[in-house]
Design a protein around this ligand. Structure first.
Ligand code: NAD
Ligand code: ZN
Length: 380
């Protein structure tokens, strides 16, 4: 057993002291895990838009100082009371939303929206005692979505940790802990395109390209990428996107352009933009009779979705999904196995790599729109 069990660990973490200000590498104290908690050595983490969004704190409740980070892979260092499913040495993916396995959602085959551990972006403390496990000279540093992976050690609820194959390379599968699983699951679990079908993907960021990867795996014959930024099209070719539409190149609504290209509409569409206009287009562009549209993007607070109800009578279906409908603990280990069997490709998502000391560079790459995923190695 490691000599750190039951003791405070001092390690490096990237602390956000204030909204929008560069992160500062600090020595933090990480308390031992309490009941149903696990202390994890974070080996590699990645930067996702959600971290940047809450770091900028425009319009949300600011919770600072805070340790961001939620896409990661690590190794269990020690476990708290009541934790039976994990032991020191296990490899895990932390997830921003959890699976308690006890609530109505966890017991339902149809839902992954756990009552106890569903994402809460305002909470900066642990559920057990309402306190943070991170501190600097006794002053608490807050958690982020229960994961806080920009620290060499983090304390995480056992329900937010998926135990994975220890042979899986952590610097690849870390990106399955958020964006890639979201897009992949939106296609494979929710849109479910039949083999040979035509799929439109709105928004070709990491989430949309993961949805495209899902369409490729499902055997779609045409994958049409829709984006306002033509720079995204080159990258998207590597993800099996076969045709491109830029709504700005057309004088009519993009749903009409897509209907003309596909003899009446696409079989499936997946919206990964967060723009309510793209959501409406993604719904209206599906074929009547069988078309299914899936919304993934997170809209603005005051957005409203407007469409003619006749579209529903014409048998177009609209769905939405949270985290690709995956249950973190039950399903993520199987997604890791898809990568291990080489069915799912992850390398092409990882465009940049930095060390913890250079974490602000990862923010720059994302803010300039240069990176799909920048991974951050935590050992230096
Ligand atoms: P991203 O910013 O990298 O990509 C979005 C893309 O959409 C960009 O390329 C942009 O040019 C394009 N776009 C914007 N408006 C458009 C429009 N009207 N028409 C066509 N293209 C348009 O973002 P990402 O990281 O890939 O995430 C995509 C969305 O998924 C975000 O809204 C994010 O918040 C959301 N998300 C949802 C979940 C979930 O569980 N539902 C999980 C993670 C992320
Ligand atoms: Zn639950």
């Amino acid at each position: 057993m490691s000599s750190t069990v039951g003791k405070v660990i001092r390690c490096k973490a990237a602390v956000a002291w204030e909204a929008g200000k560069p992160l500062v590498i600090e020595e933090v104290e990480v308390a031992p895990p309490q009941a149903m908690e696990v202390r994890v050595k974070i080996v590699v983490t990645a930067l996702c838009h959600t971290d940047v969004y809450f770091w900028e704190a425009k319009g949300q409740t600011p919770v600072f100082p805070r340790i961001f980070g939620h896409e990661a892979a690590g190794i269990v260092e020690s476990v708290g009371e009541g934790v039976t499913e994990l032991k020191p040495g296990d490899h895990v993916l932390p997830v921003f939303t959890g699976e308690c396995k006890e609530c109505r959602h966890c017991k339902s085959e149809e839902s992954n929206m756990c009552d106890l551990l569903r994402i809460n972006t305002d909470r900066g403390v642990m559920l057990n005692d309402g306190k943070s496990r991170f501190s600097i000279n006794g002053k608490p540093i807050y958690h982020f979505v229960g994961t806080s992976t920009f620290s060499q050690y983090s304390v995480i609820h056992v329900g937010c940790l998926a135990k994975i194959n220890p042979a899986a390379p952590m610097d690849k599968v870390c990106i399955l802990s958020c964006g890639v699983s979201t897009g992949l699951g939106a296609t494979l679990n929710v849109a479910k395109p039949p083999k040979g079908s035509t799929v439109a993907i709105f928004g070709l960021g990491a989430v949309g390209l993961s949805a495209a990867e899902g369409a490729r795996i499902a055997g779609a014959s045409r994958i049409i990428g829709v984006d306002l930024n033509p720079k995204r099209f080159d990258e998207a070719k590597k993800f099996g996107v076969t045709e491109f539409v830029n709504p700005k190149d057309h004088h009519k609504p993009v749903q009409e352009v897509l209907a003309e290209m596909t003899d009446g509409g696409v079989d499936r569409s997946i919206e990964c933009t967060g723009s309510v206009n793209a959501m409406i287009s993604a719904f209206e562009c599906v074929h009547d009779g069988w078309g299914v549209a899936v919304l993934v993007g997170v809209p603005n607070k005051d957005d409203a979705f407007k469409t003619h109800p006749m579209n529903f009578l014409n048998e177009k279906t609209l769905k939405g999904t949270f985290f690709g409908n995956y249950k973190p603990r039950t399903d993520l280990p199987n997604v890791v196995e898809m990568y291990m069997r080489k069915e799912l490709k992850l390398e092409k998502f990882i465009t940049h790599e930095v060390r913890l000391s250079e974490i602000n560079k990862a923010f720059d790459y994302m803010l300039k729109g240069e990176s799909l995923r920048c991974i951050i190695r935590m050992d230096g």
